[in-house]
Design a protein around this ligand. Structure first.
Ligand code: KIV
Ligand code: ZN
Length: 517
């Protein structure tokens, strides 16, 4: 008999998007969905359609455009939610309804104000109704790890009888420890009626840093599906990180004796995309996808790696799609060499996009002595807003120093205007000055919630990658900018965020316009 195959259920678009401060637009969700399909996850949980009309529309868009994985929509255990979840996923190749209700006494008493009998009845009715719409129904017992084990076997047995094909055991509050979580899974396998008719799934949160360990302990105890997110984003401390579970199971395949269907070489790309679109950057020492995950600093380690990479590398960077920090091209390289390099990095792009990137590469090669794979990745990852960009930075000038405030001027083109908008402003340092100048030029003020700047590679001439978080109407818009000039990178990030804002909210009304337009 072959090894057991573990299913990956990715909930980046649902539980991941519930992280405080993350707000993804529809096109961004589709883009992440496409990336998850390239990664070959088994199921994508695309959202919680009952949460808002925007969530429903996003689930519908993912269901219509992302092919390969099953697409799940989350629903509480009631008809209204289930109807909306079905409305969201029904056009998918393989739609799944995921319905849930809490089972722990603390949730029953203080949140649901329901008895166990009432919860059991609601779960059975929900699964029965969902099964009348689709054969693929998952049932979750929220807060399972703090629930009474006998009640869990009763409720899981009852929903399997109604046709649930997956029963999910969430460690909702990240409270479980690997040994006890494994014992719970074993108990469910041994005591739930008809358990062989369903897949046991686990869904672990990381409040005590145990999410990946708990998921893997559950797999060893017989779970067949793990729920996780890219980069481990999610409620509070986040969910189990897909890349950690996947690479543990792949790297220690012999130890676990299970198979996974993921194309792990797509992990880094998916991770970078989620970082770019959410603005959540993992720490450099984060397992598998952190900037330092494959960096060897000590001389002894470097020496060992040069002799044989197995001395200090348990997996090679290529197996997760991390580009080697190799020198690739210079300013004399031609378009063919550039296109070959893009392909080697996994980017098959239309000719027009390659031309655009090649022009940017040439500009970069002029400014920078050495162009690395990571620089090329950064160029590819630059995100224009979905749809046309309303504003574009044409030029800027900055004067700053220790004597007095910094001064910046900008020229910005605006869709529909023949003459560029030009404004100057002062500020507390060059970045503040240029942000003020952009605000004055576009003619409306925004709230800057956060700002970050980091170098893509090392060296004085490294590309700077700036991220800004702007807020309007309680929505956060994240912009990114790239340049060897960090003030220009910051300005580009600011304009990028303003463009996202105008794409979603439109231009501000007349009375908010301060001038310039
Ligand atoms: O953490 C949790 O319990 C959940 C459920 C809805 C599966 O996210
Ligand atoms: Zn969760």
């Amino acid at each position: 008999m072959g090894n057991r195959r573990i299913q990956f259920f990715d909930t980046t678009l649902r539980d991941g998007e519930q992280s405080p401060g993350i707000c993804l637009g529809i096109e961004e969700k589709v883009e992440i969905g496409l990336s998850l399909a390239r990664l070959k996850v088994d199921v994508i949980e695309a959202g919680f359609p009952a949460a808002s009309p925007g969530d429903l529309a996003a689930v519908q868009a993912v269901a219509a455009r992302v092919k390969g994985p099953a697409i799940a929509g989350l629903a509480r255990a009631n008809r209204k939610d289930i109807d909306l979840a079905w409305e969201g996923v029904r056009k998918a190749e393989r739609p799944r309804i995921h319905t849930f209700i809490a089972t722990s006494d603390i949730h029953l008493e203080y949140k649901l104000k329901m008895s166990r009998a009432e919860v059991l009845e609601a779960a059975v009715a929900a699964v029965r109704y969902a099964r009348s719409l689709t054969p693929d129904v998952e049932f979750s017992a929220e807060d399972a790890s703090r629930s009474d084990w006998a009640f869990l076997t009763e409720i899981f047995g009852a929903v399997i009888r109604e046709g649930a094909s997956v029963i999910n055991v969430p460690d909702t509050v990240g409270y479980a420890m690997p040994d006890e979580f494994a014992r719970l899974i074993t108990h469910l396998r041994n005591n739930t009626p008809d358990i062989e008719k369903a897949i046991i799934s686990v869904h672990c949160h990381d409040d005590l840093g145990m999410a990946a360990a708990n998921s893997i302990a559950a797999v060893m105890a017989g779970a067949g599906q793990v729920e996780c997110t890219i980069n481990g984003i999610g409620e509070r401390a986040g969910n189990a990180a897909l890349e950690e579970i996947a690479m543990a199971l792949a790297t220690r395949r012999e130890h676990f004796g299970v198979e996974i269907g993921l194309d792990t070489r797509q992990i880094y790309r998916a991770s970078r995309l989620v970082q770019n679109l959410t603005g959540f950057n993992p720490p450099p020492n984060k397992a598998v996808i952190g900037d330092n995950a494959f960096a060897h600093e000590s001389g002894i380690h470097q020496h060992g790696i040069l002799n044989n990479s197995l001395t200090y590398e348990i997996m090679n960077p290529e197996s997760v799609g991390v580009p080697r920090n190799s020198l690739v091209l210079g300013k004399h390289s031609g378009r063919h060499a550039f296109e070959d390099r893009l392909r080697a990095l996994g980017h098959e792009l239309p000719a027009a996009k390659v031309n655009e990137l090649f022009a940017q590469f040439k500009e970069l090669a002029d400014k920078k002595k050495t162009v690395f794979d990571r620089d090329i990745e950064a160029l590819v990852e630059q995100k224009p807003v979905a749809g046309p960009e309303h504003y574009q930075l044409i030029g800027h000038h900055v004067v700053s120093g220790t004597q007095g405030p910094a001064m910046a001027s900008v020229r910005i083109s605006s869709a529909g205007l023949k003459t560029p908008l030009s404004q100057a402003a002062v500020g507390d340092g060059p970045v503040d000055a240029i942000f003020n100048a952009i605000e004055t030029a576009v003619g409306f003020s925004v709230t800057l919630k956060d700002y970050q700047l980091k170098a893509v590679t090392s060296g004085q001439d490294a590309l700077g990658e700036a991220t800004v978080w702007l807020e309007r109407d309680k929505q956060i818009f994240i912009g990114r900018g790239l340049s060897t000039d960090v003030v220009e990178a910051s300005a580009r990030a600011f304009v990028n965020a303003v463009n996202k804002m105008t794409a979603v909210c439109g231009l501000p009304s007349e009375n908010q316009v301060a001038g310039g337009i």
